[in-house]
Design a protein around this ligand. Structure first.
Ligand code: NDP
Length: 295
C-alpha cells in the first residue's frame, strides 16, 4: 500500500510569510503604514512566554512591527483591561492578542470582550465568532489555528464541498471554529467530544478529519477511512529518553498507522503549528489594510 502524502505545513507557512513580506513592503512604500501587532502577556507561564517570543520573531521576519506588554501574575483585571484599551486607541496597532490562558483570578470573557473587533486578530471576540456561525454574515477575523487547517486543505487542493468532515474536539479556540469553517465550506460536519459514543464508527465515515483533542496518538489507523485527509492539531509531549530534552511532540493521530490508510496527513511537528503563526501575521496584515483602506 502507498503511504499518505505529507501535508507540509512548514513549507506552506514559509510561502505565506513570503507573500506577507511582499505585501507589507508594498503597503509601507505606497502609504507609509507598517502593520503592527500588540501582544499582552500576563503571568510567567513558560509555554506562553515561548509562544509570545515566537510571535514576535515571526513579526520581525515579515516586517510587521510588534508591541509587547508583560504584566505580572498578580496584576488585576483592570490593569489588563487598561492595556487592551490603550492598544484599542493606538493607531499604530492593527492587531491585539491576549495570550491565553490568563491567571485564574481573571475572567477571560471580560478581557476578550474588551478587544476592539476591528483589531481582534485572534478572532476570539464573541461578535466575530457569532458572525462566523451565521449565514450571510462575515467575521472580521477567523481564529488562526482553524483558519490554518482550512488553508492547508485549500493549498493542497483538497475538495471540502459535499464531503463528510469530522472534527474531534469542541474548544472555543480550535474545534468549534474549525467545525464552523468546514460547514461554511459546504462540508457535512460532525463534532466529536469527550462524551461522544461510538467515536470510531463516526470517524470511519469521514473524508476529512480535523483533530484537536490533546491526547497523544488517540486516533488509530483502524478509525480511518481509506483515502481520508487528516489534519492533526494536537501537540502532545511524550517521554522519549533518546530525545535531547527527554520528550518529543506527537499529535492526536497515530501517525505510523494513519499514514498507511490516509491519502494525506499533517505531521506533528511541522503541520498545523507553523500555520497558526502564519495566519496571525496574515490577519494582522488584513487588519492594517482594512483600517487604512489599502487594497
Ligand atoms: P481543549 O482541552 O480546550 O479541548 C479539547 C477538546 O477535546 C474538548 O472539546 C474535549 O471534549 C475533547 N476531548 C477530550 N478528550 C477526548 C476524547 N477522549 N475523545 C474525544 N474528544 C475528547 O484543547 P484545545 O482545543 O485548546 O487544544 C487541543 C490540542 O491542540 C492540544 O494538544 C493543543 O496543544 C493543540 N493546539 C495546537 C495549536 C497549534 O497551533 N497547532 C493551537 C492550539 C491548540 P469536551 O468538550 O467534552 O471536554
Amino acid at each position: 500500500a502507498s503511504l499518505a502524502k505529507v501535508i507540509d505545513g512548514k513549507a506552506v507557512a514559509k510561502t505565506i510569510r513570503d507573500e506577507i513580506t511582499i505585501e507589507v513592503t508594498r503597503m509601507k512604500e505606497s502609504i507609509g503604514v507598517v502593520p503592527g501587532l500588540a501582544v499582552i502577556l500576563v503571568g510567567d507561564r513558560k509555554d506562553s512566554a515561548t509562544y509570545v517570543r515566537n510571535k514576535k520573531k515571526a513579526c520581525d521576519s515579515v516586517g510587521i512591527k510588534s508591541f509587547e506588554v508583560c504584566l505580572s501574575e498578580d496584576s488585576s483585571e483592570e490593569e489588563v483591561l487598561k492595556s487592551v484599551s490603550s492598544f484599542n486607541d493606538d493607531p499604530s496597532v492593527h492587531g491585539i492578542l491576549v495570550q491565553l490562558p490568563l491567571p485564574s483570578h481573571m475572567v477571560e470573557q471580560n478581557i476578550l470582550n474588551a478587544v476592539s473587533i476591528e483589531k481582534d486578530v485572534d478572532g476570539f471576540h464573541p461578535l466575530n465568532i457569532g458572525r462566523l456561525a451565521m449565514r450571510g454574515r462575515e467575521p472580521l477575523f477567523v481564529p488562526c489555528t482553524p483558519k490554518g487547517c482550512i488553508e492547508l486543505l485549500r493549498r493542497y487542493n483538497v475538495e471540502i464541498k459535499g464531503k463528510r468532515a469530522v472534527v474531534i474536539g469542541r474548544s472555543n479556540i480550535v474545534g468549534m471554529p474549525a467545525a464552523l469553517l468546514l460547514q461554511r465550506e459546504d462540508a457535512t460536519v460532525t463534532i466529536i467530544h469527550s462524551r461522544t459514543k461510538n467515536t470510531e464508527e463516526i470517524t470511519r465515515e469521514a473524508d476529512i478529519i480535523i483533530s484537536a483533542v490533546g491526547q497523544p496518538n488517540m486516533v488509530r489507523g483502524s478509525w480511518i477511512k481509506p483515502g481520508a485527509v487528516l489534519i492533526d492539531v494536537g501537540i502532545n509531549p511524550v517521554e522519549d529518553l533518546s530525545a535531547p530534552r527527554g520528550y518529543r511532540l506527537v499529535g492526536d493521530i497515530c501517525y505510523e498507522e494513519a499514514c498507511k490508510v490516509a491519502s494525506a496527513i499533517t505531521p506533528v511537528p511541522g503541520g498545523v503549528g507553523p500555520m497558526t503563526i502564519a495566519m496571525l501575521l496574515s490577519n494582522t496584515l488584513t487588519s492594517a489594510k482594512r483600517i487604512h483602506n489599502f487594497e
